[in-house]
Ligand binder design. Structure first.
Ligand SMILES: [Zn+2]
Length: 62
């Protein structure tokens, strides 16, 4: 067990963000979500309808 394994497991168990696959903007839930990062460097899910908005806000695609 290395420290990396420990870190990995800790991250896996950490469920802080409300990550039900709901769109960050409209809270709709679809299967076709894209992942972006917002200005706080948080990972967010964006549905196809709001992708344009995310692009305009210059959110980052990882
Ligand atoms: Zn949306």
């Amino acid at each position: 067990m290395g420290i990396l394994t420990k870190l990995f497991n800790r991250n896996k168990n950490q469920k802080r963000k409300p990550s039900k696959k709901a769109c960050y903007f409209c809270k709709r839930q679809t299967n076709d979500m894209r992942t972006y990062k917002n200005e706080y460097n948080q990972t967010i899910k964006v549905c196809p309808l709001c992708v344009e908005y995310a692009e305009r806000r210059a959110y980052i695609k990882p």
